[in-house]
Write a protein that binds this ligand. Sequence first.
Ligand code: ATP
Length: 596
Amino acid sequence: MLRPKLPGLPTLRKALGPQLRLLPVVVILGLTSAALEGVGIGLIIPMLSIIAGQGDTPDMGGISAAFQQVGSGLGEGQRLLFISAIILALITLKNVLAFSNTVLTTFIYGKASHSIRSALSEQLLKVGFPFFLQQSPGRLLNIISNESWRASDAIQTALAAMVNMSAAVILLAFLVFLSWEMTLLVALGLALVQLAHAALSASLKAPSRSVTSRNSELASRMLHLVHAGRLIRIFGQEAKEQAVFDAASDAVRRAGLVLQVRQGALPPLTEVLHAVLFLGAVVGAWHAGVSFPVIVAFVVLLYRLQPHMRALQMSWSQLQGWSGSLEEVRWLLDPSDKPQPPQGAAAFHGLSRQMKFDDVTFRYPGSDSGAAVLRSASFEIRGGRSTAIIGRSGAGKTTIVNLLCRFVEPDAGVILVDDMPLNEIDPTQWRSRIALASQDLELVDGTILDNIAYGSDLATVIDAQRAAKMAEADEFIMNLPQGYQTIVGYRGVNLSAGQRQRIALARALARDPDILILDEATNAVDGLSEAAIVETLKLRANRRTTIVISHHRSTISFCDDVVVLGGGRIKSAASLAKLASLSMDELYEHETSDKG
Ligand SMILES: Nc1ncnc2c1ncn2[C@@H]1O[C@H](COP(=O)(O)OP(=O)(O)OP(=O)(O)O)[C@@H](O)[C@H]1O
């Protein structure tokens, strides 16, 4: 009866994973408990015959006659007790099996829900970074926090549908055995009810998608309120923001109302149609001259069948109502239309000579019509030296970092590492040799120690303290009441911007990387602390490769080389010592013919 295409079925099947092999057990338990129920109801026939004083009603055939034989050798009183005992035993056993099935389906549901959440997290961790440049965080948040739960609910509903389907099949079989004519009538009626139900359920898909997209918009507004708290207040936008939020929230309410009203119309409608069917069957049976005990058994069976049929139909409409959610979850889990993570299998054991940008052109995804950020850029960053990358705002400095870290890949040209194309190197091995401290690289919610140790295997607080000392962070950390155990809060809100930067720098230094990249990593640090940090970096620079991006002359003062970016090109690449006399503004304009 539920043949039409089930929305999101592949997603559900994938989520069930190894639990799929438990589904036959669910079905067998469902069939068995329904069979026990059917037999129990069938035993009403001899019971009623005894009570009505009809003895063995002669005109019965098939399964009714078989039921009629139960306890036939006993006296009436004893037979009544005997049949009652069997019915009680059957009811008890049926409920034990039903309970076992509830436990089993709950177990499967829990596992499948976990697997959906885990798959979503895995996908977010695995997907190529450009995905995050293209997608709205609100949409992603909504999928993780809302839609994934609906997908889990869909699994529970699908499992319940299987149990109900099993019960319906068995009870229908008993009905056929009791009276195939009456069953034919009932089946015809049920098919009509199902058709009406399916037509109405199909109209739930559009409102379901609308609810999903409104929820995404609302999640974006919520994120905005959380992240832009200061901005909203200082510009006095509270009333406007409230109005925008209310509009988004009300849009969710309206879309939800349409969906729920349509869904809500289905149960009463189905109940009325079932009642018509029920009464029609009774009247029909009376006209056909079916015996009283058989009519009662038939009606009781039909009565017991009805909730299963209704539940099946409800499951169907619920799954239609969640189709928007299932589509969103399926979309996020589908890798085919997502940017791939960086590839490459060659081993990397450390930089010995240089990193070379050879004719690299790059444009951000989604900005195809706009100008390229880098156009045929060629320059070298020599190993074991420190290189400043400078240029006016928007020149493409951070883009170079993104390319080096393989967050994005060049559209044309190649980046060579010791003459090997970077895209052939195993990205995990490559990144394990890099540490990045950047103005927009977040702190994690945890202690200062957690943050410094993030990404390196620091054995002790002493190790963390060594890194913190190099980043001029130890002193302020020790002055905090909880020291290294101080909780930094979400994105480090409990700390000042300069403190956050010094912890991020300590985190990068703790990795003791081959290649240290500092992208505006100290622009919020006071001059004195910055001077001390620069001294530390100078000492370190003799051993390791360091790339520094900054608009401050003092920050790049210790660098050996400088690469100047402008208008998507490399304007100049030279030894910084040769340009020592130039101010920052003069450096930005400096142009050499040999950019080597
Ligand atoms: N995610 C993105 N999508 C589209 N364009 C982007 C994206 N990120 C940066 N850009 C564009 O790329 C150009 C270079 O940006 P980039 O961040 O590399 O500049 P920058 O030199 O580091 O600037 P700043 O000194 O201001 O930090 C800019 O024009 C910017 O608008």
